[in-house]
Design a protein around this ligand. Structure first.
Ligand code: SF4
Length: 263
């Protein structure tokens, strides 16, 4: 016969492991959809007590002050993004801080169903403080319009928020320092579908090192949110013959949104 006290100990250990895993994934406290705040709810002060979203002790940089929470729930929509913007502040958490002009946080609808995640800001983005405003950004805007959206209806950001020098690839320590902000943006916006643009975004969100040529077009998930990996617009500008594949990927996304009753 089983020992009920041992069973209880096993259950407690299993639950603790589950909570620790959720904590490392950055999703403790995330609700599936935002609960509407009561009309009488007082605004949360900037110093409100909060839960640490990303507490992995292996990170090479100190955990920043946490995103604001309201009654244990992530603040959603514009309030959440404003709080996160404040949390990033004049970020010096990695070596990219030295050469940047602007932190390129993100732009678009804070309640977007559709989110685009790229790699890192380029020169135009660094100068203007907005993601995807250069030539690649103009192509992305055309792609978004072809899907039937305005740029202002979707949310656009990058994995890392400061420009790498000479537009080189982001380095692992830079991604490790900055990824927490993308995780929080996703937790706050709660998109129904994410399009991962290019190798770095796709490999990060899919948790794989598979080349983008094989990842693209194959649906994955990031914490249960569907992720469609596709080519980065900058790559499409260099190799126009790949545009058809990218359009096929975006058509899959449009089909998903239609099936969800969102288009
Ligand atoms: S890239 Fe990210 S972690 Fe590094 S300084 Fe900029 S905002 Fe901070």
């Amino acid at each position: 016969m089983s020992d009920p006290r041992q069973e209880l100990r096993d259950l407690t250990a299993s639950f603790r492991t589950h909570l620790e895993t959720r904590g490392r994934s950055g999703l403790i406290g995330v609700s599936l959809r935002p609960s509407p705040a009561p009309a009488s709810a007082a605004p949360v002060p900037a110093t409100a007590a909060a839960i640490v979203v990303d507490s992995d002790p292996q990170r090479p940089y100190p955990t920043p002050p946490p995103v604001l929470y309201d009654e244990g729930q992530v603040l959603h929509s514009g309030r959440g993004l404003n709080a996160l913007h404040g949390e990033i502040g004049d970020c010096q958490r990695c070596k990219l801080a030295k050469g940047r002009r602007h932190i390129v946080f993100g732009v678009g609808n804070p309640d977007a169903n559709l989110m685009f995640v790229g790699e890192a800001p380029g020169a135009d983005e660094d100068a203007q403080g907005e993601p995807f405003v250069g030539a690649a950004g103009q192509l992305l805007t055309k792609m978004i319009k072809a899907m039937g959206y305005e740029r202002s209806e979707v949310y656009i950001c990058n994995i890392i928020k400061c420009r790498p020098p000479q537009n080189r690839n982001p380095e692992p320590d830079e991604i490790a320092a900055c990824e927490q902000f993308l995780r929080k943006q996703i937790a706050i916006v709660q998109p129904r579908v994410i399009v991962a643009l290019g190798k770095f975004a796709a490999q990060f969100l899919c948790g794989e090192t598979t080349p983008i040529t094989r990842l693209r077009g194959n649906l994955r998930t990031f914490h249960e949110i569907p992720v469609m990996p596709t080519y980065h617009p900058a790559f499409l500008l260099r190799d126009e013959s790949r545009k058809g594949e990218a359009w096929a990927d975006l058509k899959q996304v449009m089909g998903m949104l239609k099936n969800l009753g969102l288009r």
